[in-house]
Write a new protein. Structure first.
Lengths: 47, 436
């Protein structure tokens, strides 16, 4: 295995990890949006 | 070969930056998941310390009246607030406006002192003068353009009193009050929301690291005296004192629900002057604290120094390198229309094409994470999470964010020239205010 191949495998693993994290954070972002948006709606209705 | 090494250096820099962003985003996400159902409750405090609120104002007649009224109308016992208004080397009507507000019937019984100042030292000089006059247990600072919300001071004090021994200072958030003015202020608004809702919260939640902002914070008066006060003439007196506090092992606590509105630059010149001052001040702090990376300093100081060095030196160099690679290739591509057989200066050979694809994938990931950070920050603030903001974020990535390069190159050159020519680089350029 050449040095370039080793770097490529390493780069692939690191990039896949970052991609996985990004997807995870996108889902968590939706959860937070849903929760906080509900709070905002409650505030809007609060007389 | 050299071009390939340069591209790999760029890739590793992107990974490093992605990793740092993801760590802080993890902290912020965990915080918001924990607190997204919590209600902000204003309960009586165990006691109400006397707070000396200081407002340094240099030619601020446009905004000072609103600021003073907002401070005096805050939800904190009136007898426990001492207000020091500094008309610092003013050549406009700031002093007159201050006197007018003081004479209003609703404020006549309030403890307000107006000081016409002619001394030097910039904002740090004003704060040091205030320190000598203050009677309060804590000093609160609001810039002349900052309009605190009703409970801003209450939340700051509540956070400081959670652990008065360690929390020697508490800071809140600043929101942009002229966010909808133009494209620039919209971009600044996004930057501020992300900085405060992701970066500040992530750093505090994970590492108990806080940074004193220019405005909307309180600090224990005796403690400031014990560390020698603010550094006169410092361009970013806030960053400077933050390092001093961390060095002493004490904490700068984040009161995330303490909010104040501040005005941001509305044109490029005002923006450039403000950010250049900040960048120069931050470079000075980085240079002054660089030695702490290798000595036995507090680990928070090491972390912050490393963070600043990464942002202002490494990351900045990587962006410049990346832009050189990009524009060199674009120029050669354009020339190729007229001159045949020109070879791109930066490219991978056919056998390494997969690495080039990974580089491209990581770049796309970086933009995605940038948008995700903005989105995550915006959903936590009322009225900010709109689809327009996502498009604005994308546009600002290719426009507004690139201004950072211009500002920091200019600041580096300025710092170097200050040293070579032995000139005083600490010339405070006041941020221009606008009628809004």
């Amino acid at each position: 295995m050449s040095l370039t191949d080793v770097f490529f495998v390493l780069a692939l693993i690191i990039s896949a990890f970052f991609a996985f994290c990004t997807v995870g954070f996108f889902i968590l972002h939706l959860v937070i949006y849903h929760r906080i948006n509900k709070n905002f709606k409650a505030v809007e209705k609060d007389d | 070969m050299i071009s390939q090494i340069l591209m790999i250096v760029t890739l590793i820099s992107i990974w490093f930056s992605l990793a740092m962003s993801l760590i802080i985003l993890t902290g912020a996400t965990h915080f918001w998941l924990k607190n997204s159902r919590a209600k902000s409750v204003v309960k009586p405090l165990p006691y109400y310390p006397l707070i000396t609120v200081v407002v340094p104002a240099h030619n601020e007649e446009v905004v000072i009246a609103q600021t003073v009224k907002a401070i005096l109308d805050m939800n904190y016992p009136q007898a426990r607030v001492e207000l020091l208004l500094f008309a610092d080397n003013c050549s406009d009507g700031t002093y007159r406006v201050m006197k007018y507000i003081k004479q209003l019937p609703e404020y006549q019984k309030r403890n307000i002192k107006i000081i016409k100042r002619t001394g030097s030292g910039g904002k740090a000089g004003v704060l040091n003068d205030a320190l000598k006059m203050a009677h309060g247990q804590y000093i609160g600072v609001y810039d002349a353009d900052a309009m605190p919300e009703k409970n801003a001071l209450y939340f700051l004090v509540a956070e400081a009193l959670k652990d008065p021994e360690r929390h020697v200072a508490a800071f809140g958030r600043n929101k942009t009050r002229n966010a909808t003015q133009n494209f620039l202020t919209r971009c600044i608004n996004q930057e501020i929301v992300v900085t405060q809702r992701i970066q500040h919260i992530g750093l505090w939640h994970l590492f108990k690291i806080g940074r004193i902002p220019g405005t909307n914070f309180i600090i224990n008066a005796e403690f400031v005296k014990s560390i020698g006060g603010w550094r006169n003439g410092a361009l970013t007196e806030d960053t400077d004192i933050s390092f001093k506090i961390m060095q002493s092992g004490k904490l700068i606590a984040l009161a995330y629900n303490s909010e104040a509105f501040q005005q941001e630059p509305e044109n490029l010149k005002a923006y450039y002057m403000q950010r250049k001052r900040w960048a120069k001040g931050n470079y000075e702090v980085v240079i002054a604290n660089f030695k702490h990376l290798f000595d036995r300093s507090n680990w928070r100081v090491k972390f912050e120094t490393f963070y600043y060095v990464s942002t202002f030196l490494w990351f900045n160099c990587a962006i410049i390198l990346s832009d050189i690679i990009f524009f060199s290739n674009v120029i050669v591509l354009a020339l190729g229309l007229f001159v045949p057989n020109l070879q791109l200066p930066f490219m991978f050979s056919a056998s390494n094409i997969y690495i080039a694809q990974i580089l491209f994938f990581n770049w796309a990931l970086m933009i995605l994470l940038y948008l995700l950070q903005i989105s995550m920050a915006l959903v936590t603030q009322f009225g900010q999470a709109t689809s327009e903001q996502i498009w604005l974020g994308l546009a600002s990535y290719f426009t507004y964010s690139q201004l950072f390069i211009v500002v920091s190159i200019s600041a580096v050159c300025s710092v170097m020239m200050d040293r070579i020519l032995r000139r005083d680089g600490n010339v405070w350029v006041k941020t221009k205010r606008f009628n809004d």
